[in-house]
Design a protein around this ligand. Structure first.
Ligand code: SF4
Length: 342
């Protein structure tokens, strides 16, 4: 079962510089600049009481939004000790952290592991040195790959975050670069197409015409192709697109870029539509016949969500007189069928 994650955001804590696209305060809605254990405990208790948490679901505290292993050792250890006390009391299962690839070593990872960390999410952002350089990341592809190797050697779960559409990136560069990951098999990937937020260098470049973000359709296509490549190698894609934080900060500061509140569903819907179109192609449909799709909750949701846009597009693409969608609750995710009806 996927863990229920309680995120503790440490906005840009431990970062050596500000990457061109980054404004964690806006993305996470947190302005925290020092440790207030009382407040952190409140966040955890709120998470533990959440109705979204399923029965017997493992719970993890995640330190996100900064460069965890770039923090002074004392701060890291204080946070780890604080988090692992919840493990000791049986209230959570494990800890996880997000960090920069150039801030991990064997020793650091071993210490994280001893303190109850089971998952390390590495901010790769790109697998192309030109893109990393233009995004002022301050590390190279070889640092990404070395960090992934070290995380896996420690027996930790390895996650990788990637941002298609950064300066200098293009789909025809991004997609082939994924072969570097396919061979090294992280446990999961999160794909966050680059967005332009106020008060970032990317915003200045965008406003002076020196940077163009991906359009929404373009980002959906790139992510759909990336999901196909990664999942065909057994790498799970856990997240597609940034989630807007509640309140006005996120959308109020977003200037441009392929944001959609249901970005992941749109990508999955696009992939499902392609599968249906391929299956329908093999049916040799009579010109007067209709089509019926039977699917479980997840797949019907991809077609009916977002105002039924995917279903409408599918009707046009298939060009058949009627297309009926039948929800069959007992069908599991990935199980669906399509048939001709008289
Ligand atoms: S390292 Fe991560 S958190 Fe820090 S500035 Fe860059 S993108 Fe933001």
């Amino acid at each position: 079962m996927k863990p229920f994650i309680i995120p503790i955001f440490l906005p840009q804590w431990g970062c050596p510089q500000q990457c061109v696209y980054c404004r964690q305060e806006t993305i996470t809605g947190e302005r925290r600049s020092r440790l207030e254990t009382k407040e952190l405990a409140r966040v955890v208790e709120q998470g533990l009481a959440s109705k979204r948490r399923k029965k017997n679901q493992p719970v993890e505290i995640a330190f996100y939004g900064g460069n965890f292993t770039g923090l002074p050792l004392e701060t890291q250890q204080r946070l780890l000790d604080w988090g692992s006390a919840y493990i000791g009391r049986g209230r959570i299962t494990a800890l996880r952290v997000s960090t920069r690839p150039d801030a991990v070593t064997d020793d650091i990872l071993a210490r994280l592991k001893r303190s109850g960390v089971e998952t390390v999410e590495l901010g790769f952002q790109a697998l192309d040195d030109r893109v990393l350089e233009r995004s002022l990341r301050g590390h190279r592809v070889r640092d990404n790959l070395q960090a992934l190797k070290l995380v896996k050697e420690q027996g930790l779960t390895a996650g990788v975050q990637l941002m298609p559409g950064l300066p200098g990136d293009r789909p025809e560069r991004f997609l082939p670069s994924l072969s570097l990951l396919q061979r090294r098999a992280p446990d999961f990937v999160r794909l966050y197409p680059a967005l332009v937020f106020k008060q970032t260098r990317l915003a200045a470049w965008y406003l002076e015409g020196a940077y163009r973000p991906l359009g929404l359709a373009e980002a959906l296509q790139v992510c759909a192709r990336a999901v196909t490549l990664l999942e065909s190698s057994g790498i799970r894609v856990l997240r597609l697109g940034l989630q807007a934080t509640p309140g006005p900060d996120f959308l109020g500061n977003l200037i441009a870029g392929p944001f959609h509140p249901a970005f992941g569903d749109l990508v999955r819907g696009l992939l499902f539509r392609e599968k249906i179109a391929a299956a329908a192609g093999g049916l040799k449909i009579r010109p007067d016949a209709g089509l019926e799709i039977r699917a479980g909750d997840r797949e019907t949701g991809y077609l009916t969500g977002n105002g039924g846009l995917n279903l409408e597009r599918l009707k046009v693409e298939l060009g058949c007189p009627t297309l009926t969608l039948i929800r069959v609750p007992h069908l599991k995710p990935g199980e669906w069928e399509i048939m001709q009806v008289p």
